[in-house]
Design a protein. Structure first.
Lengths: 400, 521, 63
């Protein structure tokens, strides 16, 4: 297929945490809110005068210093972030807001704080730790709202003078929705038998919306959507199977590229830093304050395994099934970051249920933070693709 | 064979390749006869348990029941070297715990569909996790609060270091990663292996201790709800338990849990009973504080596993609900005061005063006794004993009835271990050094449970702070329930190496340095 | 004719002595078991038999 005009631009943005758009926004006087977890409601971090950057550590090399602090038993994501922080890679941030979501990310940020690893020369710099619900119910919603008020809105207002009124929040939601609608629309081009956007390209675009000020990439996303309307697919579909990738954080687009180079088209991205449900629009009504509605949306749509009530646990698996149907997936790849406790359990249960009860071919893998040259992973995905092909042939033979 | 403390060479009791020791200790006529009499009582408890056919049936049905063959040996391990008041304290605690666990097993098998199948009894049973404060049951005297995980994994590993290996392997066969905490992993393995009793009107699971518990419960509840038809309530205890803005959430969870139990059992919450239990909780807290105050002096009395195991049981599993534990608290305090007045010591030599921090290696709880006997390191207190010191409301008034929800929530959030591994770095990192100072400790033995990410994540900062303060920090790595990763000798070697190379000391009892206990219970 | 000089032990005392004898024997028996750890040595022989038995039980093993 013809290259997307702005792909290189977006790929370049991903090469640095402190990318040029972050620098541009800060030079305009906006405050940069760094965060690490999908359970932090994004619109609240993107009010007038602020923008959010979800932390990642591109081109991570050694993580030895972080390993000393966190040990080799914590996931590489947490260690990579701490290493980058110690190296000074996040000194552009004006604050770090994190939920106490998983122990590893919590310790990662606490280490950043105790080591004064981020922006120690910034006078008004602060860390905030939130509690977030573990169940999607009324009690959880009340908690979520209170925590957002106390640990996001209040400090932003007090420290940076940010307008955190209901009107301001609604404006932020509208801007967020514009990006979400664009990403959703671009993502729809993954549907159909011969898609006009690859999973890798889509992952690049989506990731860029997490790590750069959203308003500064809006125009390029709109142009990309226009481009896709007329983009011609390859004459022969290079992919042999379609898969949904489900799991823990994936901020390394090389992983998606690896999967696709192994023959599996990533038609849906149900992982942290992905678009499902991370780029679902937030629908607001006028009969309730925006904050409560945002919290309810995040709570209800959240796919994090830390949601422990039975309905949420079941819903995580039916959600994957619905995505597989919507995007025409042949199989599912459950991936987890190595040493991730929440996804270790979710991967075990999810892969079992999707295989045994829903009848999908499932590949369950764990992976390091940076995957790029992994021959092992390539082999696993290739074997998985072949097994899907064989299943299709056998299924066809039975039906024929 | 010696009456005097410290005269025995305890290493001579061990036999390579054997499950058991070659003999029991001679402690002088009086203490030996006392220990013998308590052994008879334990045998009586076990005998009484086996009189019931359903319990025998359970013995042949559940793999983890085989570990209960080792009950007397567990007591022997924890009483090694003890005399006089210390021996009696240990027995008061251990024998009571054994009796309580025997009752727990008896009740489980009474209601279990596979053994006793007493359906009327089962309707009064509420299943709870092992890793869960039972505060929410304080007002339900008419119900039976039973934990399946306590006898199948928790107590089993105390009895036999290899007890959980089979279940860990089962969980991993089904795709669970090997780096997760082996405790919830083993619990999930019991469920997957179809080796858990099936009974109860409902179940209350809790996200404590940690991510692993929260997630492992999902494996267990799947079977409970979908297959066994036992409804489950997931009780969420906030992680940031020191913050005021989570307490309402926590209290509401308690209200919701109580409503759930009432709905599924037909029982009504009893405030009179609740406040009786609250009084016992406060009394237990008072006693524990007194013991810890003594431990701050040169004559600590209730320490090591005498403190650790008992606190875990009394604070968490019992939570004021059983009067026998209040009696035990009284007896223990009396003995401690008696020994304290006489300026007695539990071992020949006290060389070092240590805070034991981190999560203990469950397959080697008697390590604390070994520290004392081998190297003269006195384990003054441990992280799991540094629990809530708050006095909860104990008088039945309308205001206190409202406060009670917050108190129960507070207790639930401050479950042992969890009150330190979660809640911010202050409770794990900063407070350790405060305790080190308060207890005048010259050493910290830091249990590094390698699968505990919440603890591991502070490794470097523990090191940095210990260096700044000039405290001897001795890391002891282990994998909680799995001695195949680091054996008991591996655990000992970490201390041996430090004491020889850094402290340049010789052991008090060299026969304990290397022990052939790989196969031992 | 020689007289029989054997004194008759009172019945009550005889019963007491027998009971004491039994108790002492029980004490000795149990104390020997206790001090030489014979109870644990026995149960440690039972354990492998039980484990083999558990391996043979059919189980409904699943997630």
């Amino acid at each position: 297929m013809k290259d997307l005009k702005h792909l290189i631009f977006f790929e370049d943005l991903l090469l640095e945490a402190n990318n040029k758009l972050v620098q541009q926004a800060q030079s305009d006087g906006r405050k940069c809110i760094a965060y690490v977890c999908e359970n932090t409601p994004e619109p609240l971090l993107n009010l007038e005068g602020t923008f959010s950057v979800r932390l990642r550590a591109p081109r991570t090399g050694s993580i030895d210093v972080a390993t000393y602090y966190l040990t080799s038993f914590l996931c590489e994501f947490s260690r990579a972030l701490l290493e980058r922080a110690i190296e000074g890679g996040y000194n552009f941030a004006d604050c770090v807001i994190t939920p106490d979501g998983c122990s590893m990310m919590n310790r990662c940020v606490e280490n950043m704080e105790l080591l004064s690893a981020v922006s120690k020369d910034k006078k008004d710099f602060f860390y905030e730790y939130m509690e977030i619900p573990m169940k999607a119910d009324d009690n959880g919603l009340n908690l979520y709202v209170l925590q957002c008020k106390n640990h996001i809105l209040k400090p932003l207002a007090e420290k940076f003078g940010i307008d955190t009124s209901d009107a301001a929040i609604r404006k932020a939601v509208a801007k967020y929705n514009r990006i979400a609608e664009l990403i959703r629309a671009i993502g729809d081009y993954r549907k159909g038998p011969n898609p006009t956007i690859t999973g890798y390209e889509f992952a690049v675009l989506t990731l860029a919306t997490y790590v750069a000020p959203k308003d500064l990439i809006l125009d390029r996303l709109e142009e990309t959507l226009e481009e896709l309307k007329t983009r011609e697919p390859d004459a022969k579909n290079p992919f042999r199977a379609r898969v949904v990738v489900v799991g823990s954080e994936v901020d390394d687009t090389e992983f998606i590229k690896l999967v696709e180079e192994s023959g599996a088209f990533v038609c849906a991205d149900r992982y942290c830093y992905g678009s499902l449900p991370g780029r679902d629009p937030i629908v607001l009504t006028d009969d309730e304050d925006a904050l409560t509605q945002i919290c309810r949306t995040y709570m209800n749509r959240g796919q994090c395994p830390r949601y422990m009530n039975t309905e949420k646990m079941d819903a995580r698996r039916t959600y994957v099934d619905s995505l597989a149907k919507e995007y025409g997936a042949d199989g599912i790849i459950y991936e987890q970051m190595k040493f991730c406790d929440p996804w270790a359990y979710e991967k075990m249960l999810g892969s079992h249920i999707l295989r045994e009860e829903f009848g999908y071919p499932v590949l369950a893998v764990d992976r390091p933070y940076n995957i790029a040259g992994s021959g092992q992973m390539r082999t696993r995905v290739q074997a998985f693709v072949e097994s899907i092909e064989i299943k299709k042939i056998q299924g066809g033979a039975q039906n024929g | 064979m010696a009456k005097e403390i410290g005269k025995d060479k305890f290493g001579s009791f061990y036999v390579a390749g054997s499950r058991v020791r070659n003999r029991r200790e001679w402690r002088g006529v009086k203490d030996t006869l006392y220990d013998y009499s308590r052994w008879l009582v334990i045998m009586g408890t076990l005998g009484k348990f086996l009189m019931k056919p359903r319990n025998v049936k359970a013995m042949f049905r559940y793999r983890w029941m085989a570990n209960y063959l080792a009950v007397p040996m567990m007591v022997d391990r924890h009483t090694q070297g003890l005399r006089q008041e210390y021996l009696r304290m240990c027995h008061i605690e251990q024998d009571l715990i054994i009796d309580d666990v025997a009752k727990l097993l008896g009740n489980l098998f009474r209601g279990d569909r596979r053994t006793g199948n007493d359906t009327e009894f089962s309707k009064k049973v509420v299943l709870v996790d092992e890793n869960e404060m039972t505060a929410v049951m304080m007002g339900f005297p008419m119900l039976k609060c039973l934990s399946r995980e306590t006898p199948s994994t928790y107590v089993s590993v105390l009895l036999n270091q290899h007890a959980a290996e089979h279940y860990i392997d089962v969980a991993q066969e089904f795709g669970l990663a090997g780096d997760v905490c082996p405790m919830p992993e083993a619990e999930a393995g019991v469920s997957i292996d179809d080796d858990a009793p099936v009974l109860g009107a409902c179940a209350v699971q809790c996200n404590t201790t940690c991510d692993g518990s929260l997630l492992g419960n999902g494996v267990i509840s799947r079977r409970l709800e979908k297959e066994d038809g036992i409804p489950v309530f997931q009780l969420a205890a906030p992680l940031r338990h020191r913050e005021d803005d989570v307490q309402e959430y926590a209290a509401q969870e308690i209200r919701n849990a109580i409503a759930f139990i009432e709905q599924h059992t037909g029982a009504k919450w009893d405030w009179t009973e609740y406040f009786e239990c609250a009084k016992r909780v406060n009394y237990a807290t008072k006693c524990r504080q007194e013991w810890l105050d003594m431990n701050r002096t040169d004559y600590p009395q209730v320490f090591g596993s005498n403190l650790a195991l008992y606190t875990e049981t009394n604070y968490m599993a019992i939570c004021g609900r059983i009067a026998a534990f209040e009696k035990a608290d009284r007896k223990l305090t009396r003995l401690a005061e008696q020994a304290f007045k006489a300026k007695k010591r539990a071992a020949k030599e006290y060389r070092h005063r240590a805070i034991i921090w981190g999560v203990q290696s469950h397959y080697y709880m008697d390590f604390l006794v070994w520290l004392l006997n081998c190297w003269g390191i006195v384990p003054l207190t441990d992280m799991l004993s540094m629990v809530s010191t708050r006095k909860i409301a104990e008088e039945d008034t309308p205001e206190n009835r409202e406060q009670a929800y917050y108190d129960m929530a507070w207790l639930t959030e401050n479950m042992i271990m969890r009150n330190r591994t979660h809640g911010g770095y202050k409770v794990l990192l900063d407070e350790l050094w405060e305790f080190t100072e308060q207890f005048n400790a010259d050493m910290v033995i830091l249990w590094e449970h390698m699968s505990c990410k919440a603890l591991d994540g502070m490794h470097g900062l523990f090191e940095d702070r210990a260096r700044e303060l000039g405290i001897h920090l001795v890391w002891v790595s282990h994998d909680l329930f799995d001695p195949r990763i680091i054996s008991r000798q591996g655990v000992r070697d970490q201390i041996n190496n430090y004491m020889r190379t850094v402290m340049r000391e010789e052991p008090i009892d060299p026969s304990l340095e290397i022990l052939p206990d790989e196969e031992s219970w | 004719m020689k007289r029989n000089h054997t004194k008759k032990i009172p019945k009550g005392l005889s019963i007491c002595l027998k009971v004491l004898g039994i108790l002492f024997s029980l004490f000795t028996f149990t104390f020997v078991i206790y001090i030489f750890n014979l109870d644990m040595k026995l149960t440690s022989k039972i354990e492998p038999l039980l484990l083999k038995h558990y391996d043979r039980i059919e189980r409904d093993r699943h997630l």
